[in-house]
Design a binder for this molecule. Sequence first.
Ligand code: PHE
Length: 355
Amino acid sequence: MLDLKKIREEYISKLNSKLNLLQVNQLKADLLGKNGLISNQFKKIGSIKGSERKKYSSELNNIKDELLDLINSKINEIEISDINEKLQKEKVDITLPERPFLRGKIHPVSQTIDEISSIFSEIGFSVEEGPDVENEYNNFTALNTPEHHPARDMHDTFYLDEKKQKLLRTHTSPVQIRTMLRDKPPFKIIAPGRTYRSDSDQTHAPMFHQVEGLYIDKDINMGHLKGCLNYFIKEFFEVNKIKMRFRPSHFPFTEPSAEVDIGYKIKDGKIIIGEGDKWLEILGCGMVHPNVLKNVKVDPEKFQGYAFGIGIDRLAMLKYGINDLRAFFECDYRWLNHFGFDPLDVPTNYRGLSR
Ligand code: PHE
């Protein structure tokens, strides 16, 4: 009996001091664990005689219940105070101003590609894509530009291997080849994308953008080409009249070939398209050479048509008043913020290049 009272008093006072969860659990184990003080008392019961035994066991049970209650309420108390402490520490300061909300901008080149694609898709062109890393056949040979042809040197090509089999495409024209090898005529496609030449100044960057156009069907002639380009330029610059001139030129893959300039003037520091006496070259074009059609197994006696390649960056510079091409590719966030476009204004009928 004495033992029991001593244990009870000692542990009540221990449990009433300031404890953490670990300490309370330790006290619980000391008392009620396998070899705990209380557990051991239960083992004694068998050796107690007569009426003493009943009294002892009821006393023991009472003390056990009392201590267990105390332990449980202590655990409860500690858990609640831990939660409160956490709430205190982690409280959200609702008086703080919100963080600035930054919305990205669409790069002017992406915007221009979107606009070009939607204009051409309205007149029946679908959008094709090809890889930036091309083989020499698609980029040159199939386009009627055999090895040692001087036009190859004019392209300042980035070759990727010593045998000059792989290269960074110098124009989007190989997409013509890929499309015609894959499908059957007629073809009416545009192919926007990145192109590469070893060249860099205010109006040339080693990586730039073109959009290829190809229309092959029965009875397509140069009048269709002129009409199509005239329509495109007017739509793109949002003007009713346009000054446009076709200069005879040479591309191995078209015959006849032409380069197209558009007329503009600068008024109060702004570019005005369709007036004035300045000319800017924006594209190359022509009637697809019969050899190209033969290379892709299209019968030039039955099918013919035109192709063009437009410099996208130049068009973007003209339309949006950007005077240094290199700024396009410097990734200056402030520049992009100024010249970029709100993502919510992108035309919804665009289904071409992924950005
Ligand atoms: N691929 C030519 C270039 O990059 C442009 C072009 C395309 C010319 C299609 C004619 C026809 O210079």
